[in-house]
Design a protein around this ligand. Structure first.
Ligand SMILES: Cc1cc2nc3c(=O)[nH]c(=O)nc-3n(C[C@H](O)[C@H](O)[C@H](O)COP(=O)(O)OP(=O)(O)OC[C@H]3O[C@@H](n4cnc5c(N)ncnc54)[C@H](O)[C@@H]3O)c2cc1C
Length: 492
């Protein structure tokens, strides 16, 4: 029998990974991508010599001790891309005293926190002991584990039970020191409602050098996987938007492009935005109660939805790479009062800026609807972006005196930008606790649709967001295709 053909809608990391593994296993794969570059939301853009990164902060699998490392090798990321390990997760500053520095070395972290608040020694010791449980247990790694591998959960079960349902804010309530109580909820990307288990897992894994940064950033990372796909004989057609998925007798048989042309294949995979795949490309013909429940009231909040990126003629390498910066006076950004900024500096990666210069970025959670309203009037949209940039620069001037004069490039991206380039709309309707549960149980939302044969979904809309998780889903999907076709699954 001739090799089966596969059409994948979207060259996000999920689509690229599925494409690579399918190609390795003898399928003939073509990816149709509406953008002009691979990567989807895992992207960056160049402006006058600066690279503004729109995605990666921490990559699971950057260290050889991670189960994801071999997957990144299979996908061409390792050894092509150098990995940078961080020595601190974040630094929370304050106007009137020493910052909280979240060192990756947990002994150093404990000593530092006890110096800030000796009275909280017991809670600090508990935090460090619990984090160390995750040094050798990679929670996200369960995405690659079979049923037996999942038994590794038993090793950390008491810790999982103890902290299940505990958010960063709730844990912070146990500190007596007012600064620690205030600072702690912001430690993981300034997400006070994030489960504290996620922080414990980050601290444990970062101590062994994981959750680092792929040098060159997100676009470089995506390009490496696209190159691997091409080397394997896969084909990507860019600038090609799929309008609908063609079906015959409840079997997916091809796609129709926005230009009206039809393309057929034995297997159709969508890596695109979930609601667009299910309700637009498939016209809502294959839905279930679970899918309706997930999509009926879209999540308006988009975490890290606004990116203010600045190209600065200043060497920022000595600065912390992530700072939670309290503001002297709150400012209104995208219609909401903000009393602190989450600031990222990229001086540690010299490839992102001309010599002696650096990139700095501030990100904000935002409302999707807010931006849809603003965007309805183009002049208002442009004015709003300019006002946000100005407010951000004014505040940064207090922390980095002389900064405004050194800024060479300003770029503001919003949820409208993300939609335009990747098709992704609203945020995820998954609570932190549900996300943890899905990670631990491996339960995905909708990799297949009931009643539709020869069709699969892959990526964050079929499971959970996260680069290793969507890539693992791609691997899993190719494995399922091999199983259905009665052939062994190989990875090289
Ligand atoms: C700001 C930000 C920071 C993040 N930080 C991290 C991090 O530090 N670590 C981490 O592990 N993860 C991080 N993530 C999450 C991670 O990047 C995503 O979960 C992951 O990249 C999603 O990949 P995907 O393949 O599922 O989908 P997408 O990236 O959405 O890719 C979908 C692709 O389909 C294409 N497409 C859509 N519709 C069509 C159509 N009709 N026709 C043709 N093509 C189409 C799109 O253009 C896109 O290329 C971050 C995400 C964001 C947004």
């Amino acid at each position: 029998m001739a090799d089966k053909s596969v059409l994948i809608i979207g060259a996000g990391i999920g689509g690229l990974s599925a494409g690579c593994y399918a190609q390795i296993n003898g399928y003939r794969v073509r990816i149709l991508e509406m953008n002009s570059v691979p990567g989807g939301v895992c992207t960056a853009w160049r402006r006058d010599g600066y690279t503004f990164d729109g995605c990666v902060h921490n990559l699971a699998g950057s260290c050889p001790k991670s189960v994801f490392h071999s997957m990144w090798r299979e996908l061409g990321v390792v050894p092509a891309i150098e990995m940078h390990a961080f020595d601190e997760l974040v630094r929370v500053e304050r106007p009137d005293g020493a910052p909280l520095v979240v060192h990756c070395d947990l002994d150093r972290l404990a000593a530092h926190m006890k110096q800030l608040s000796p009275d909280d020694a017991a809670v600090i010791d508990e935090l460090v002991i619990a984090s160390r449980r995750f040094r050798d247990f990679e929670m996200m790694g369960l995405a690659l584990a079979g049923p037996l591998g999942r038994l590794a959960i038993l090793r950390v079960m008491p810790t999982l039970i103890k902290y299940s349902g505990v958010t960063m804010t709730r844990f912070a309530g146990r500190f007596t020191d007012p600064f620690l109580r205030r600072a702690f909820p912001t430690l993981l990307y300034d997400g006070p409602d994030v489960p504290v288990l996620l922080l414990l897992s980050f601290l444990g894994r970062m101590e062994i050098g994981d959750l680092g940064w792929p040098v060159g950033g997100s676009a470089n990372f995506a390009r490496a996987i696209a190159q691997r796909f091409a080397q394997l004989g896969g084909e990507i057609t860019y600038g090609t938007q799929v309008a609908s998925i063609l079906t015959e007798g409840d079997r997916a048989v091809g796609v129709r492009l926005a230009d009206g042309s039809a393309h057929h294949a034995d297997i159709i995979v969508s890596n695109a935005y979930g609601p667009a795949t299910i309700f637009e490309m498939l016209g809502g013909r294959y839905v279930s109660n679970a899918i309706n429940a997930y999509y009926d009231s879209p999540e308006d909040r988009v975490e890290m939805g606004v990116h203010v990126s600045l190209g600065v003629a200043r060497h920022l390498a000595p600065e912390p790479h992530a700072i939670v910066l309290p503001l002297n006076t709150p400012v209104i950004i995208a219609g909401e009062e903000r009393d602190r900024f989450f600031v990222e500096t990229f001086g540690f990666d010299e490839s992102l800026a001309p010599p002696g210069k650096s990139v700095l970025k501030v990100v904000f959670a935002t409302s999707c609807k807010y931006w849809e309203r603003v965007h309805a009037a183009p002049e208002r949209y442009a004015a709003e972006k300019a006002a946000i940039a100005d407010a951000v620069i004014s505040q940064l001037e207090h922390r980095f005196p002389g900064f405004r004069q050194e800024i060479e490039v300003v770029d503001v991206a919003t949820p409208i930008t993300t939609k335009r380039f990747t098709g992704n709309g609203h945020g995820f309707k998954v609570s932190g606790t549900r996300m943890m549960l899905a990670m631990l149980t491996g339960k995905k939302l909708s990799q297949t649709l009931a009643g539709l044969r020869n069709f699969y979904m892959v990526g964050q809309w079929a499971g959970l967001p996260g680069l290793p998780l969507v890539a693992a889903m791609g691997k899993d999907l190719a494995c399922a295709m091999c199983r259905n076709d009665g052939k062994p699954f190989v990875t090289a």
